[in-house]
Design a protein around this ligand. Structure first.
Ligand code: SF4
Ligand code: SF4
Length: 435
């Protein structure tokens, strides 16, 4: 059994590491962006938002339930330490025989109660998604796999908690009849399953206890590997994502470095535009049309998106019936980066597949519906910035394709010719003073 345990751990953890490395490779396809300044501010932000769930209580019911599941998830996994020791050495609740009974009872009692609270929370989440049908969790953005993913993860968590509670209750019943040595405190398991299990034979109890133990263990390994295909990747990526978040004011757009260089070159009378200096190198592209043109932070954002839809439910463009959904922008970026990653896996390096993010995944209509209001950025619980991606794609349309909407083109021509957005010549500017 120890061999089987170790083998499954090696396979499960090995696959998990491989998946994480694949995501890392995909993120590194993006452009470098310096976000390592102000480390102490960044650590604080990460503690407040990712660990402290600082933005979750804006919607109190969902926020409270999420905090229970999150705390439960972290604390219940402490149990894994014991599972690993028992699995490798064939012991039974090893830590219970090492720790003082009062401390071990406190730990197991807390885990038992938390497991039950997680079960209740995921049940309520399931009801919100499927019965009361909260609109942001039932929009067409989530048709197909995303909706199934949301439900699957709730079912997996429910089953894992059920396994944990039934394992505890079977163990406790075995302890009561003197088969297992008395260790641990399991108030909720006893309350739920105690009476039912009391009539079971010793063999049935041992079977339930062992199979629930294995189910929980294999469930954890399965869950780790399922993350790669799921929006639940955020339970890991929320930490780096909040650490590397934008610290500038939300309304402050970055200047394109390539454009800044071009302008400086134009304004410097001594500059030789033909000199072979690296700063004179013609940029490959202005703005972004595919994932490789986005920054690594933007790609990390896409992998971190929880698909919660808070951004879309606050987006004025979406609320007024436009095609734009910032959640969908993030989901599409992740779809495309995954497609590019598979292309690299297959061919060794990226081979042009005739597709790109702009046009094949995100339409111009969506991009131009954005008002740049930042409501999506403000409402995101893990500090994702869909607007920055929209702006970079629009920059490409304007600077590379001259494909801005007619109104914008007129305004830009006016600025160029008249130094103002209106169609009046500069010499007429003071006309209003004459009367
Ligand atoms: S910035 Fe754009 S995408 Fe974000 S909420 Fe405002 S309109 Fe919607
Ligand atoms: S971008 Fe943020 S708010 Fe929008 S769906 Fe993703 S996690 Fe939720």
């Amino acid at each position: 059994m120890a061999l089987l345990f170790l083998l499954s751990a090696i396979v499960g953890i090995g696959m998990f590491v491989r998946n994480i490395l694949k995501i890392r490779r995909n993120i590194l396809i993006g452009k470098e962006e310096y976000r390592s300044d102000f480390p102490s501010r960044r650590w604080k932000l990460m503690f407040r938002i990712a660990i402290g769930q600082g933005k979750m209580m804006v919607r109190p019911v969902a926020g409270f339930l999420h905090i229970i599941v999150y705390v439960g998830f972290i604390i219940i996994n402490i149990e894994l330490v014991e599972i690993f020791i028992d699995g490798i050495f064939g012991t039974h609740r090893y830590i219970g025989h090492v720790f003082p009974p009062s401390l071990y009872n406190f730990i197991t009692g807390t885990l038992d109660i938390l497991s039950f609270l997680v079960m209740v929370s995921v049940t309520l989440f399931f009801i919100r998604r499927n019965i009361t049908k909260v609109p942001r969790l039932n929009s067409k953005d989530l048709l197909g796999w995303p909706r199934m993913d949301g439900n699957l993860i709730l079912i997996i968590e429910f089953l894992m908690m059920t396994a944990l509670l039934s394992m505890n209750a079977a163990d406790l019943t075995l302890q009561k009849i003197g088969i297992n040595s008395p260790v641990g405190y399991f108030p909720v398991s006893d309350l739920i399953f105690g009476n039912i299990f009391s009539s079971f034979s010793e063999g049935s109890l041992l079977f339930i206890e062992r199979s629930a133990w294995w189910f929980h263990y294999i469930g954890v390994l399965f869950f780790m590997n399922y993350l790669y295909f799921s929006k639940h990747l955020h339970i890991l990526f929320a930490f780096p994502n909040t650490y590397y978040a934008n610290l500038h004011k939300k309304g402050q757009l970055n200047n394109l470095e390539s454009v800044t260089k071009e302008v400086k070159l134009m304004m410097d009378p001594n500059a030789d535009p033909y000199a072979a200096a690296p700063e004179n190198k013609v940029p490959e592209k202005f703005g972004a049309s595919d994932v490789a043109d986005l920054s690594r932070i933007q790609l990390l954002n896409a992998y971190t998106c929880t698909e919660c839809g808070r951004c879309t439910s606050n987006c004025p463009a979406n609320i007024t019936g436009k095609k734009l959904s910032p959640r969908k922008i993030m989901m599409k970026v992740r779809d495309r980066i995954e497609e590019v990653g598979k292309n690299i896996d297959k061919n060794g390096s990226f081979v042009d597949d005739g597709k790109q993010l702009l046009g094949d995944y995100i339409t111009e209509e969506e991009l131009w519906a954005c008002t740049s209001c930042n409501a999506c950025v403000e409402s995101c619980p893990v500090l994702i910035n869909p607007l920055s991606i929209i702006v970079d794609l629009r920059r490409y349309l304007v600077l590379e394709k001259s494909a801005a909407p007619q109104e914008l083109n007129m305004m830009m021509t006016n600025i160029e010719n008249n130094s103002a957005p209106w169609q009046f010549s500069q010499s007429d500017r003071a006309n209003w003073t004459k009367e």
